[in-house]
Every structure is written in C-alpha cells, then in structure tokens.
Design a protein around this ligand. Sequence first.
Ligand code: NAD
Length: 306
Amino acid sequence: MTNVVAFIGLGRMGGPMAANLAAAGHRVLGYDLVPASLSAAAEAGVEVAESALSAAAEADVVITMLPAGRHVLALYQDEGLLAAAKPGTLFVDCSTIDVADARAAHEAAVAAGHRALDAPVSGGVMGAEAGTLTFMAGGGEAEYAQAAPLLSVLGKKAVHCGGPGAGQAAKICNNMILGISMIAVSEAFVLGESLGLSHQALYDVASTASGQCWALTTNCPVPGPVPASPANHGYEPGFAAPLMAKDLGLAANALHAGGIDTGLGLRAAELYAAFAEGRGAGQDFSGIVHALRDAAQAAEPQNGTR
Ligand code: NAD
C-alpha cells in the first residue's frame, strides 16, 4: 500500500531516508527548517511542504528525524503537529532521544487520538543513503505492523523491542556497548605499544581470539590493520565522536533516572563528552585512542621506560 508520509527533519539522515521512501513510490511530503535541505529533498523526489503542520495534515504516517527529544516534544505539542494531524495518524519518531522523552512523546500522541512508535536507527548516513539501516522499535504490535512496510524500504532489519520507549532503550544500550568497547580496544593498543607489541600483531591475535569485536575488526582505532577504518583516513567520520557522546549522555541520563550505576557506562560518557568537546569535535569516535594514549602517557612516572 502506498502511504502518504510526512517526513519532518531532512538533515543528514532524514534527507536520504525521505528520498528512499519517495523512490519506492510513496508520496512523501517533506519539511525542514533549513532551505538547502528542502531543495535537496525536492531534487530527490520529495514534495516540499509549506510547513510541518501542513505536511502532517495530509499524512497517514508522520516520520520525524530530529536532533533531540526537546525538538520532538516541542514540535509534537507546542508547535501543534499532533493537533494538525488527522485522528489516528501514526507518528514514527526515528530520532535518537531520551527514553523518558520517547515515552512522553508516545503519551502525547495517544492523548491526541493518534498512534505512536519510537524507531531509532543504527547504520549512519551511509546506511540511510543505501536503505540498509537497522531499526529498533518501541510501541504496540499494530503500530509496528503498520510501520513495517516503510521501515523495510529504509532498512535491512527491524526489531520490535517492546512497548513505548523500548526502541530508544535498545539503541542506547547498544551504543553503550560500542562506546565502552571502543575505549577497551583503544586502551589495549596503548598498552600493547608500551609493551613493544606491534598494532598488526595485536590485531592478528585479538581479531581471532576472545577480544574480537566490531570496534576492533571493523572500526579499528589505529591505522594499518583494517584498511577501510576511519583511522586510515585521517579519522574522518564514520560515526562522529559528538554523536557517540550524545548517545552515551542519553545512556547516562537513563542510568541516573533509574538510580543505577554501571560504572563503565558513566565513565565512557565522561570520556566521550570531553573528547567530543575538544579535538574529537570533527573526528570519528575511534579517534579517542589519541586522548587515551595522551592520558596514559601523562600518568606515566618520570622514569618510565618509554
Ligand atoms: P541533522 O542535524 O543533520 O538533521 C536534523 C534536521 O532536523 C536538521 O536539518 C534540522 O534543520 C531539522 N529540524 C530541527 N528542528 C526542526 C523542526 N522543528 N522542524 C523541521 N525540521 C527541524 O542530524 P542527523 O545526523 O540527520 O541526525 C538526526 C537524528 O538521527 C539524531 O537524533 C541523531 O542522533 C540520529 N542518528 C544520527 C546518525 C548519524 O550518523 N548522523 C546515526 C544514527 C542516528
């Protein structure tokens, strides 16, 4: 079935996602605050709407791909997106936002007579362009079933993780694994360097031993062993350090809200926040190896052997 889809937020992720839906034959009414994003979307077959509200008023499904929870909640409520839509419209928020904000967005949508699904993504801009994203969805079975045909255009895999907010919960848990494991891999390389071990030797062992993980074998933080990794391309993102810092910040918020302390998750959030504010601002998240190496060397005793 061809849906009329309102797509709000046509940035680095939303732009190609909206274009893929249009290419698949859906009528897509797109809106963004940035005129250049509107022009790019129009060239890609998206109908540019006059406003987010006018797009939502015509749609069966409203997809949002916005920077943070405050943008989603402000648009839904204060700016009147929920009020502008036809009763029973499905609101699918693909942004990465706080679990608490996702649950609030669900509640607001349902209170306004609509249906809602949180469906954050993994796969980055390349995945958005190629239509190979992974979706993590939270909401009811019926809502997930309604969104599934659209998600299958935009991605190669979708997992229904549970009720409202479960998609965001899965997203931040996954990225907490990723952030911690990138730090672990980076620290292992720094220790190996101090022990005179070559990067290639450590890679050859760990990549086929129990240290194997995505941060090592796909996004290896040191140049050499994995030719396609950002480390071999000046640490150009890839997955930008500020986005990792954002996601770990969301994980930290959820940890604090739940009154639990995972220790490494909170420490990873601190390390990435500091890195992203400094030299990591324009780098892939694997560039944190430099900050960790500097910190390790600064901590060495003056009569160290290196
Ligand atoms: P982006 O900044 O490129 O795009 C966000 C867009 O939202 C901007 O174009 C902005 O103008 C628009 N916007 C903000 N408020 C709006 C409003 N009220 N009405 C209409 N448009 C509005 O960000 P992005 O990289 O596309 O990321 C979007 C979301 O996807 C974020 O939540 C991010 O965490 C998540 N995400 C990004 C990546 C990635 O690699 N970039 C990967 C996975 C998830």
